[in-house]
Write a protein that binds this ligand. Structure first.
Ligand SMILES: Cc1cc2nc3c(=O)[nH]c(=O)nc-3n(C[C@H](O)[C@H](O)[C@H](O)COP(=O)(O)OP(=O)(O)OC[C@H]3O[C@@H](n4cnc5c(N)ncnc54)[C@H](O)[C@@H]3O)c2cc1C
Length: 410
């Protein structure tokens, strides 16, 4: 059986590794000269920056992505974050995630524990936002700020834009899989290990190969148009999102097209800093609920010093974009960094903004529409087709797992 994959981002490579391991003849077509999409390394001044991600796996060595990497035999070492997270309070005090409940009185603590416990079994049925969910049960300013900081760092959204149902799935996964981790060598180490698996199973990956057409026959995909040539196939996996995929063939399922039209991508800004001394000094997520724009920061060199030249640290901040004025958003983010690290010396290496065709998420979290398409042997993987409650690349792995179940490979 032949599987043709559009795009060599994390989703396409994970699907390729699973299918090639199961004996499929896999061929991947990537339009860019490099593989990895938004999960690739970007070498700059001796630093390993990235095309997208902050080099963080949201659930570290225990999560769905790590599990899938082990299953396919990808050679990746993941360093789990320690502590899991630290929260910067309004007075400048830093408190570990485990201690944050100290902020609440006894009644609030019991309420928080009960709701989190119950929500694992009974997810809210209506589509209330996570912000409204918190306001309804807690009416607590700090918890709301923390929710915005968490949603901004992990999903590039404000709590008002995340359905409570999705957020409670995420909390559930945090109980199951625990906290984040950094792959040794950064994002690029993960995507190149997957490419090695695919090639060692006989698969082929073509870069500079743009797919412009999915050829269908009676609602079945039978081939791809790539650089003016036709490639025959038995199954197509697309890693370019539902919207772009639907434009590659004559899609006449209007309900599906309407669903796609309604969903918005999420936008973000990442700022990469270099310093001689550590700015945060640990490998966990540094949440900044009282900053104006920055939602969270990671100093990945505390987990993997090879991500920076000897004696340097690499720190990456992330902020959801909350207005259309990107320049102003960047200015406010840089001001936050000044306030968070007063009297500290650092150099801004790179500021990257993500929107439109290269967003943080093609579909904002909680709005994913699954992996199936109106064409029975055409599946979509990657972000925009994530599994439930999966933060970023963990959701990408869960989504790929769902496709494999559908084509009965698990
Ligand atoms: C700023 C930022 C920070 C992030 N931080 C994290 C993080 O720390 N942890 C985390 O888990 N996630 C993070 N993410 C999200 C994560 O990077 C993405 O979810 C993930 O990389 C998406 O992978 P994908 O395979 O869905 O898509 P992509 O990486 O976009 O891959 C799609 C590929 O398809 C190719 N392509 C497109 N069109 C065609 C065509 N017509 N023909 C052939 N190829 C084509 C593209 O060139 C690309 O290589 C972050 C994202 C951003 C932007």
């Amino acid at each position: 059986m032949k599987a043709a994959i559009i795009g060599a981002g994390l989703g396409g490579l994970l699907a390729g590794a699973k299918l090639s391991k199961a004996g499929y003849d896999v061929e991947i077509f990537e339009r860019l000269p490099f593989i990895g999409g938004r999960f690739a390394n970007l070498e700059y001044k001796g630093f390993k920056l990235s095309t997208g991600a902050l080099h963080m796996l949201p659930h570290g060595s225990r999560g769905p992505l790590a599990q899938m990497l082990r299953e396919v035999g990808a050679d990746v070492t993941i360093i789990d974050s320690e502590p899991r997270a630290v929260i910067r309070m309004a007075n400048g005090e830093n408190i570990a995630f485990q201690d944050f409940r100290k902020q609440f009185g006894f009644t609030e603590k019991v309420k928080l524990a009960t709701i989190l416990l119950l929500s694992r079994k009974f997810k809210p049925k209506n589509d209330i936002s996570f912000q409204d969910f918190i306001s309804k049960y807690f009416d607590d300013e700090f918890l709301l700020r923390l929710a915005n900081s968490f949603c901004g760092w992990s999903l590039s959204l404000s709590a008002k834009d995340v359905p409570a149902r999705e957020m409670l799935e995420i909390i559930d996964n945090m109980y199951n899989f625990k906290g984040s981790g950094v792959p040794l060598g950064g994002c690029g180490a993960v995507t190149s290990a997957l490419a090695d698996v695919i090639r060692s199973n006989g698969g082929r990956i073509h870069t500079k190969s743009c797919v412009d057409k999915i050829i269908t026959d009676e609602a079945r995909a039978i081939g791809l148009g790539v650089n003016g040539k036709t490639v025959d196939t038995d199954i197509v996996i697309s890693d370019v999102g539902h919207a772009q995929t639907s434009r590659m063939y004559e899609c006449s399922d209007y309900a599906y097209l309407e669903k796609i039209k309604k969903v918005k991508p999420s936008k973000g800004i990442k700022t990469c800093l270099s310093s001689d001394e550590p700015l945060i000094g640990h490998s966990g997520v540094f949440f900044t609920p009282f900053a104006e724009r920055i939602n969270g920061i990671n100093e990945v060199t505390n987990a993997d010093p090879s991500l920076a030249p000897a004696g340097k640290h690499l720190t990456m901040s992330h902020q959801a974009v909350v207005s259309d004025d990107i320049k102003n958003e960047i200015t406010l983010g840089l001001l936050d960094l000044k306030h968070l690290f007063p009297d500290r010396k650092y150099e801004v290496l790179l500021i990257q903004s993500y929107s439109n065709g290269w967003p943080v998420n093609r579909f904002s979290s909680g709005c994913d529409i699954g992996n199936r398409t109106p064409v029975c042997n055409l599946y979509v993987v990657g972000d925009g087709a994530k599994g439930k409650g999966g933060i970023e690349v963990e959701g990408v792995a869960l989504g790929v797992g769902n496709v494999m179940k559908d084509i009965r490979l698990m």
